[in-house]
Write a protein that binds this ligand. Structure first.
Ligand code: F7E
Length: 323
């Protein structure tokens, strides 16, 4: 039986990856903060099966606890480590980004250093992001497109991405980074725009809310389905050699399209409820964040299975059934 360690196990991706690996017969271990029990309650509230974490071994160690990480990897041998934990909100300003930069860079370094010391053969996945491209010079972006991050989050993820690559090249470790574009699900936290919209559409349909305030309705992103994307993480670690891969749909859609689909699914006319509030407006990139996943398609059998419309309607249905 293979044993995997997942950091950020209670997040959206962590919960889907846990289900996927348990289904493949893995023994799953998860890292969580000391406040983890509350987190677990929070994540089941967002739709993970109630008993999911009872089927795992949980370790209440935060990423900044270097001695704790050392003790963990000196006691347990892992075949695969999925490093998903991160501060992940892009809208945060640079001036407020100290914690994000500290956690995302140092946490990755601590984990890699501990694995390198005690179990160099453990395969390591790092959750990179399209935000490393930030304001790209070309679209669609591929693995060789120059990085130009423009948020504390993107900058910290890019520094960690380079750390991961260096451990691969200088230590010979099996380290992969996924450069994942936006990926969504009913377990997405409501501060992200897809879930903000599907939750509001459901609440409005149930008479719990009247208006939804959004930023730029013309903002476009390459949105995929989170359960599909965790399978890409596993595919990378189970390939014969380590590498970095863009994981995206290659399709662009706008915030307005999400509103149209989500509100129609809830039986509503979006234009009667959505209002623009400049407070949520972010500078748009003149060239869109749109990924080219040719490489992972060529190298592994991974394919995206769920399309945009189905993703949004599934999210609305989940929110309607919860309210
Ligand atoms: O924004 C626009 C906003 O906050 C998507 C994270 O997982 O994906 C995610 O980051 C778009 C942006 O996600 C609102 O300006 C308009 O253009 O859902 P989001 P994100 O910032 O793209 C990347 C790949 C990650 O790695 C991140 O961790 O929607 N938008 N109006 C809005 N966004 C929000 N949040 N709220 C609005 O009212």
């Amino acid at each position: 039986m293979k044993r995997a360690l997942i950091t950020g196990i209670t997040g959206q991706d962590g919960s889907y990856l846990t289900e996927y690996l348990l289904g493949l017969g893995y023994e799953v271990h998860g890292l969580m903060r000391q406040t983890g029990l509350e987190q677990i309650k929070g994540s089941t509230q967002f739709g993970a099966p109630e008993d999911l974490y009872e089927r795992c071994v949980l370790h209440p160690i935060s990423l900044d606890n270097f001695p704790g990480l050392y003790r963990l990897v000196s006691r347990w041998q892992f075949d695969e480590c999925y490093h998903l934990a991160a501060a992940s909100f892009v809208g945060e300003t640079l001036a407020d980004g100290y914690q994000t930069i500290q956690t995302n860079i140092a946490g990755t370094h601590y984990l890699l250093a501990a694995l390198c010391e005690f179990q160099k053969s453990c395969r390591f996945y790092f959750a990179g992001t399209s935000e490393m491209f930030g304001r790209p010079r070309a679209a669609p972006q591929r693995e060789d497109t120059p990085f130009m991050p423009r948020s504390a989050y993107g900058i910290s993820k890019l520094a960690a991405f380079h750390l991961v690559r260096n451990y691969r090249e200088s230590q010979g470790m099996f380290c992969c980074s996924g450069i994942l574009y936006n990926h969504e699900s009913p377990r997405r936290r409501p501060e992200f725009v897809t879930r903000k919209i599907t939750l509001a559409a459901a609440r409005i349909a149930r008479g719990r809310q009247d208006k939804l305030e959004l930023g730029n309705l013309d903002a476009r992103r390459d949105w995929g389905w989170a359960p599909d994307y965790v399978e890409a993480m596993h595919a990378m670690l189970n390939h014969t050699s380590p590498d970095d891969y863009v994981v995206a749909t290659g399709e662009l859609h706008s915030v307005r399209e999400i509103c149209e689909i989500a509100f129609a699914r809830a039986g509503l006319d979006w234009s009667k409820h959505v209002v623009v509030n400049p407070m949520f407006h972010r500078a748009e990139e003149p060239i869109p964040l749109q990924g080219d996943s040719t490489k992972i398609h060529r190298v592994t059998s991974w394919r995206q299975k769920t399309r945009f419309n189905e993703m949004i309607t599934t999210m609305v249905d989940a929110d309607l059934s919860r309210i």
